[in-house]
Design a protein. Structure first.
Length: 403
């Protein structure tokens, strides 16, 4: 296999690679930020810096209009009809908390059931465990099958009259395996009282997400997983579901009218966005979406798929590597027989290879797979065949350290 010219051209838009000799294969943790996003951040602070939704001077009005245009752009990108269906947060974790707490306060009753896949990221898992304790809910875990996917038969059987929420991931953070969320949502929507919450953090950069087709009640992710900056999360939702959420914070611009004893709150999306937002990050994410619309993402995803298949095929030739294989879009996890994952990661780091090791913020599930955790390698379309070859050669060198 050879690195495509398209991938090389794409890579040139990421200045990190101009200044680093690290073989970066930790894209599931965070992708690198593209030059258009960096340009947008600089331009905002140099020439456009003003608050939004407050002052009436020219700069503030311009910035507010642009800020809301960015919101509309995101809505359109993900198949939503109304920009009110886009809520800015600090990240995916905050979005998960806003959803869980809002549903607990306004939708769930004591004794209701929440179905959670057994492999959820801690943003989902820990949040719902704590909510179950506080609001006396029953947590039910959906098992995975031998393909490292949600067991749909088990899901169907677990749903009861008490089931009110199903929280699942689009792509597993721990294994990189694509989950059958379309089928899971169809099963769930046979019951009108069930709200479906999807963590899309590992999917948005690799799969097409159309909220109109998907029909999830809530879908969330972080912008830094999608070639943009940190500090910005995106919470997408159906309007009738978003209205169930409560203000996570109180303060400026989430209110319409205030006196000394009463408060009238603003409409969606503003009552969920108290305080000054991360305006620069919103501008950066908008620039990122513009950038992605200018390149052949379908061809880039095809190249990434080929690169992923090549990577897994190479790893499977190494006798001491145990690969957790499945329908993986951009990441795969493995263990090395006779070598602790932490030791392997340190040795690879000394070879200037960046991957993730441990439990990948999914400790209960990963512990079941490997009690010492796993090594996770994750790619993006800017990675090259040469990087994969170097990574595999470096793994082979670890044989001298095996017990």
């Amino acid at each position: 296999m050879q690195t495509s010219q398209l991938a090389l051209d794409f890579r040139r838009n990421f200045p990190y690679f101009n200044n680093s000799d690290v073989c970066y294969l930790d894209n599931a943790a965070t992708t690198h930020i593209c030059q258009p996003a960096l340009n947008a951040i600089n331009h905002y602070y140099q020439f456009e810096h003003a608050t939004v939704h407050r002052s009436n001077h020219t700069s503030a009005t311009h910035n507010t209009n642009k800020f809301e245009q960015c919101r509309m752009q995101v809505a359109q990108h993900f198949g939503l009809a109304d920009k009110k269906q886009v809520i800015w947060t600090k990240g995916a974790t905050e979005a998960a908390n806003i959803i869980a707490k809002g549903l607990c306060q306004n939708y769930l009753d004591e004794g209701d059931e929440v179905l959670l896949s057994e492999a959820e990221h801690h943003a989902h898992h820990v949040t719902w465990v704590e909510m179950a304790k506080q609001y006396k809910l029953k947590l039910v875990f959906i098992p995975y099958n031998e393909n490292l996917q949600i067991d749909l038969v088990a899901l169907q059987n677990l749903i009861s009259a008490k089931t009110k929420v199903i929280a699942i991931s689009h792509v597993s953070n721990a294994t990189g395996v694509i989950q059958p969320i379309e089928q899971a949502i169809k099963i769930s929507k046979q019951f009108q009282h069930i709200k479906v919450v999807v963590d899309g953090s590992q999917a948005v950069n690799h799969l097409t997400v159309d909220m109109a087709e998907l029909n999830a009640d809530f879908y969330f992710f972080s912008a830094h997983k999608m070639y943009s900056g940190t500090g910005l999360g995106v919470l997408l939702g159906q309007l009738n579901s978003l209205t169930l959420l409560s203000a996570p914070l109180y303060g400026g611009e989430m209110v319409r009218k205030v006196d000394y004893s009463n408060i009238e709150y603003n409409q969606l999306p503003f009552y969920l966005e108290a305080g000054t937002p991360n305006i620069a990050a919103v501008h950066a994410f908008s620039a990122t979406l513009n950038f992605l619309s200018s390149v052949d993402t379908a061809a880039l995803h095809q190249y990434q798929h080929q690169l992923m298949c090549y990577l897994k095929a190479q790893l499977q030739t190494i006798p001491f590597v145990q690969l957790l294989n499945g329908d993986q879009v951009s990441a795969t996890s493995f263990v090395i027989s006779g070598l602790h994952t932490a030791d392997a990661a340190e040795l690879l780091s000394q070879m200037k290879i960046a991957i993730r090791t441990g439990f990948h913020c999914a400790m209960p599930f990963v512990t079941k797979l490997a009690n010492q955790g796993t090594l996770r390698v994750s790619i993006a379309p800017y990675n090259t065949v040469e990087e994969i070859d170097y990574f595999v050669q470096s793994i082979q060198k670890l044989e001298t350290f095996l017990d």
